[in-house]
Design a protein around this ligand. Structure first.
Ligand code: ANZ
Ligand code: ZN
Length: 873
């Protein structure tokens, strides 16, 4: 045994041992694990090049869980794979002139080796890679099945078109309305695209997230249900006789609106439509000013958060519609806050009770008519007040027959009146839109369609799958290179046999991530997307990943699962039983600013803090030139702020166990974690102490036979056992709650206890250290593996049983009792557990701290056994 802790040697030894025994291969129904399966999985990484600290944290949480559960008899699966399609590979390809495939595969190889250095319990035999045909073939297969069932359909959709680069841009590539590369003003283009009918599942997706996913964080459930966005209200029509150029009534003479507040219908003073609405389009003909305004609205953001805060702008169309209940003429405006994609692209304007309409009416001097009142509140058109829009407190007023009704009653009454006129009905609307899965990009799953001049879009026959994506293209910024790739394009129409062209759009990468976690269960399955093994592992017991995926990824994965269920491929409704969203990793930022205000960011590793004489940070200097830099505050580790810490460098300097220990100790998994160089050093110091203790006691333990449990004869031994088992009890409780930070602090406490134990039997010390090693093992698997072996404990710590609290060890021979004088706490005494009332009374009265408060003989002494003594004077 080496006398000093050498992480490099230790980690190499442990890792090669695991490799030799194929330690992490998970087998269905493995008889070694009586408790059954547990599937714990991290969200799959994008192979960007190298691991960052967010990955390290994510996978370490997963790994700690794995090891803890395995020691508890579970057949645990921890897989890993690669979200290998997507835009960054195309950007890197353009920058470096290499095909995305090459860049991606070499990144994967590098990141896999980094994961191996971390000592993760990954079953690599299940590795999946989204850009490999054996995987994406099944995206294509599902696509065809969904198309056949009408769950995928084709319609025109709007995309961002960059007129200089001649390419379609993703939303995140459009910055302030301009192309990220070319700087050209982006145009909207209508092109045919494929959509998945996720809205057919909206009710079920909402229902489950509201009530049937107790293992998910509340926050995520709320985010999901807000995104699905169910609203109930009334859809009804304003009537009109406005005709289009062809002489036909626009919309059959009906302008439909959707409102969640039909109780305010008598407060309508205008209507507003989206710029794309047929009435807006009509009015713009021959009205250049309005045409220009419509164009401006269309350019604007369609992101709802922006809609809420942006300035409300509008223009009158000069068109009027008729209020269905009052018969009043109401003017139609174009409003930039009205979305064509929600409801009917038109709203009834009720400025008194809708905050956006209020702002709009104030700006354009439109009438504001109060039709809702609340007890004890005065209405004024000067400023918006919260209660104007609050349906909980509202009572209808100024509205004829509806006066006095509450929200729900008014809704029913208005809906009934609309129905009687044949102009409307109650309606539920979802914010959720169908999922557009077409991307006009190269690096993705080819959409398995063939475009034929005669037959139109024809599905690729199943027997011809996969449609293989060529891996040798280098995008050059001028659109999808597949459009110029003859060998890919050329094919025969499956229907008529004439020459045709392959579809060059590829699938949204969210398709890849919608079911990869099921492919892990069925590696090598060539005849089916998933096989019987999927029934064994799924649904997943624990999913772990970033909160940034709390909406779209999880929603799509849930949808995809439900479609698979409806196709008879799986038997469950939801893929993820429990969800943990880990917090972000933060670090200090440092920068200098030049005269133009441009900031240059410096990596914390290149900066020295200057300390005052009390050791408090005063400022910071760049190591290189010794000159001051500004401290920018703690922020999420990111390239843009240059405050990332390279995991590999950490592992090289301190070892993986230190990096793992620090990330687990520094904060609970769901909270943000602040990086701290001194924290890392502390973690490393601790592991050195762990080693030193084992080394110092190696002979004593061996002589005692390195037992896993012991019986103490001496008082010191009994005390030590009690302390060790007490800490174990707390740690055991915390590890179940995934509070890994306090499990680490328990380890620290336990080591202190072991180090300071005097006169305890060697066997008891050996038992304590065996408990300690197993407690620490999930967090620091390498050092504990080697120490376990070196110190002669039986078997492999990987499969050692999780330590159990021995109730006998916790038994106290003495107890502490509180002493009160006239009900006020004045001190405490320690008495033998078996002490009788008289002995306790005597000890309490003899206590020095208590005596100050007693003069003469007390009136009464009450002993509450096991708890307290109250002295009444
Ligand atoms: C009149 C009204 C009065 C409204 C009132 C609200 C308060 P949620 O709850 O998000 O579903 N609306 C309808 N279609 C719209 C569109 N295409 N673009 C922008 N806004 C639209 O929102 C429903 C409410 O949003 C509807 O109820 C409508 O305004 C507006 F005191 O109708 B309300
Ligand atoms: Zn054809």
């Amino acid at each position: 045994m080496q006398d000093k802790y050498s992480p490099a040697d230790v980690e190499k030894a442990a890792q090669s041992h695991w490799k030799a025994i194929d330690a992490y291969k998970a087998v269905e129904n493995d008889p070694r694990f009586p408790k059954g399966k547990y599937y714990a999985c991290s969200m799959l990484p994008y192979p960007s090049g190298k691991l960052h600290m967010g990955h390290v944290r994510n996978y370490t949480i997963n790994d700690v869980m794995y090891r803890y559960l395995r020691m508890n008899g579970y057949n645990v699966l921890m897989p890993m794979g690669w979200d290998a399609f997507g835009m960054p590979a195309e950007n890197a390809a353009m920058a470096n002139n290499v095909p995305p495939a090459q860049w991606t595969y070499s990144n994967i190889a590098h990141m896999r080796s980094q994961m191996e250095l971390m000592g993760l319990a990954i079953d690599w035999s299940r590795e999946m890679t989204a850009c490999k045909p054996e995987y994406y073939k099944w995206n294509q297969w599902m696509f065809l099945k969904m198309l056949e069932k009408g769950i995928i359909y084709k319609k025109t959709g709007t995309v961002n078109w960059d007129p200089i680069d001649q390419t379609v841009l993703a939303n995140e590539q459009v910055i302030d309305g301009k192309g990220w590369r070319s700087g050209a003003v982006i145009e909207k283009r209508e092109i045919p695209m494929y959509y998945a009918r996720i809205t057919d599942y909206a009710e079920e997706l909402l229902d489950y997230v509201d009530t049937k996913l107790p293992g998910w964080p509340e926050r995520v459930r709320i985010m999901q249900s807000n995104w699905i966005g169910k609203s109930t209200g009334v859809r009804f029509a304003f009537t009109h006789d406005i005709k289009g150029a062809d002489g036909a009534l626009i919309g059959d003479g009906k302008m439909y609106v959707f409102t969640t507040r039909p109780d305010t219908i008598m407060g309508v003073t205008f209507c507003a439509v989206a710029a794309e609405h047929p009435l807006a389009v009509l009015a713009a003909q021959g009205n250049p000013e309005l045409a220009a305004f419509n164009a401006e609205c269309k350019l604007g953001s369609v992101i709802e958060a922006d809609m809420a805060t942006m300035e409300k702008k509008g223009m009158p169309t000069g068109l009027f519609v008729t209020h269905p209940l009052t018969g009043d003429k109401v003017e139609v405006w174009v409003g930039n806050y009205v979305l064509m994609t929600y409801g009917d692209g038109a709203v009834m304007g009720v400025p008194a009770h809708d905050e956006r309409d209020f702002a709009f009416a104030k700006k354009y001097n439109l009438p504001i008519k109060q039709v809702i009142q609340a007890e004890g509140q005065a209405f004024s058109t000067d400023a918006w007040q919260e209660w104007y829009g609050d349906k909980e407190v509202s009572v209808v007023t100024n509205s004829g027959k509806y006066d006095g009704l509450r929200y729900k009653e008014a809704l029913e009454a208005v809906a009934a009146d609309m129905a009687a006129k044949g102009l409307g009905e109650k309606k539920t609307t979802f914010r959720l839109r169908d999922w557009g899965i077409s991307r006009q990009r190269y690096w993705g799953t080819p959409i398995p369609m063939i475009n034929c001049a005669d037959c139109g879009s024809v599905p690729v026959p199943e027997k011809d799958l996969p449609v293989v994506l060529p891996e040798d293209c280098v995008p050059d910024g001028s659109g999808n290179p597949l459009n110029k790739y003859e060998a890919f394009l050329k094919c025969d129409c499956p229907q008529c046999g004439k020459p045709a062209r392959r579809e060059t759009d590829t699938m949204d990468t969210f398709v890849d991530s919608s079911w990869y976690y099921m492919r892990y269960t069925s590696p090598g399955s060539n005849d089916a997307m998933v096989d019987a093994r999927n029934d064994y592992w799924m649904p997943m017991d624990q999913y772990i990943g970033g909160i940034e995926h709390a909406v779209l990824h999880l929603l799509y994965a849930r949808f995809w699962t439900k479609v698979m269920r409806d196709f008879g491929l799986v038997k469950f409704d939801e893929p993820f039983v429990n969800l943990l969203t880990q917090g972000m990793v933060l670090n200090e930022t440092y920068y200098r600013e030049d005269e133009a205000g441009k900031k240059t960011w410096f990596n914390p590793a290149d900066v020295d803090l200057t300390l005052d004489d009390k050791g408090r940070p005063q400022g910071a200097v760049l190591k290189e030139d010794g000159l001051a830099v500004n401290i920018g505050g703690t922020e999420k580790m990111s390239k843009s702020k240059n405050n990332g810490i390279d995991p590999q460098a950490q592992i090289e300097q301190y070892g993986a166990d230190t990096a793992r220990l620090f990330t687990m100790f520094a904060s609970p998994p769901e909270q943000t974690l602040e990086w701290s160089g001194s924290g890392v050093e502390g973690a490393n110091r601790f592991l050195r102490r762990v080693w030193a203790f084992g080394y110092a006691n190696r002979e004593a333990f061996a002589a005692a036979g390195s037992p896993l449990s012991a019986v103490a004869a001496s008082d010191a031994g009994k005390t030590l056992r009690r302390e060790v088992h007490k800490v174990l009890q707390q740690a055991d409780y915390d590890v179940k709650r995934i509070q890994y930070n306090t499990v680490v602090s328990a380890c620290m406490k336990m080591l202190n206890t072991l180090e300071s134990a005097k006169d305890a039997e060697a066997a008891v010390l050996a038992e304590g250290y065996a408990i300690f090693l197993r407690l620490l093992n999930p967090v620091a698997p390498h050092i504990t593996h080697v120490l376990w072996k070196e110190l002669g404990y039986a078997g492999d710590i990987l499969d050692a049983a999780w330590p159990q609290v021995d109730p006998a060890a916790l038994e106290q021979s003495e107890i502490e009792m509180m002493i009160q004088v006239n009900g006020k706490l004045r001190g405490s005494i320690v008495v033998p557990k078996a002490a009788d009332k008289a002995a306790i009374e005597a000890a309490a009265l003899a206590n020095e701290g208590v005596q100050k408060f007693i003069e003469g003989t007390p009136k009464k002494v009450i002993v509450v056994p096991g708890k307290l003594v109250n002295i009444v004077v």
